[in-house]
Design a protein around this ligand. Structure first.
Ligand code: ADP
Ligand code: MG
Length: 154
């Protein structure tokens, strides 16, 4: 699915809709260049759970939040050279049924990404509109994707 979002607030709203449909065991890969709006989308997801202190985990690689009993793990793989560096910080321990992983710069660790996942690509910068492409891979995330689509069309 392709969406055009004209404002930062539209991106926050998309995040809130995704947040509403979130459940443990999901993995969202957020593709897009610097300034495309990846962290803004995560802020929107967190806003649904009334979490208002999202910071970019560029230097810490991962930050965790309690989202109504879901462990929300916000990864930023920007500074990782390869997936070995991701495993070195204990990536496997984050892949649990009560966790959701949302990862910026997933292209840096492509071979570590689960095969069942939601890919979201953001394009655009500055004050331009953002072009968003959302694509599920696998059965679990196809169902999640279907729930997001339903919510978007309401
Ligand atoms: P990234 O995490 O991809 O590097 P950020 O979310 O940190 O990007 O920054 C995106 C910047 O672009 C923010 O300063 C935001 O205000 C701005 N912006 C302008 N228009 C939009 C839009 N339509 N969607 C998302 N962000 C936008
Ligand atoms: Mg970011």
């Amino acid at each position: 699915m392709e969406l055009t979002l004209n404002t930062e607030q539209d991106m926050i709203r998309l995040g809130q809709i995704i947040g509403k449909k979130l459940h443990g065991g999901l993995f969202i890969a957020l593709f897009g260049d610097l300034g495309a709006g990846k962290t803004t989308l995560v802020k929107g997801i967190a806003e649904y759970f009334r979490i208002d202190h999202i910071q970019s985990p560029t230097f810490t690689i991962v930050r965790e939040y309690d989202a109504h009993g879901i462990r929300l793990c916000h990864f930023d793989a920007y500074r990782l050279g390869d997936s070995d560096e991701l495993y070195a910080i204990g990536f496997d321990d984050y892949l649990t049924d009560d966790s959701v992983i949302i990862m910026e710069w997933p292209q840096n660790v492509l071979d570590a990404l689960p095969n069942d996942r939601l890919n979201i690509s953001l394009n655009g910068s500055g004050n331009e509109p953002r072009y968003v492409s959302i694509e599920p891979i696998g059965a679990k995330h196809s169902e999640f994707y279907g729930n997001i689509i339903k919510e978007l069309s309401l």
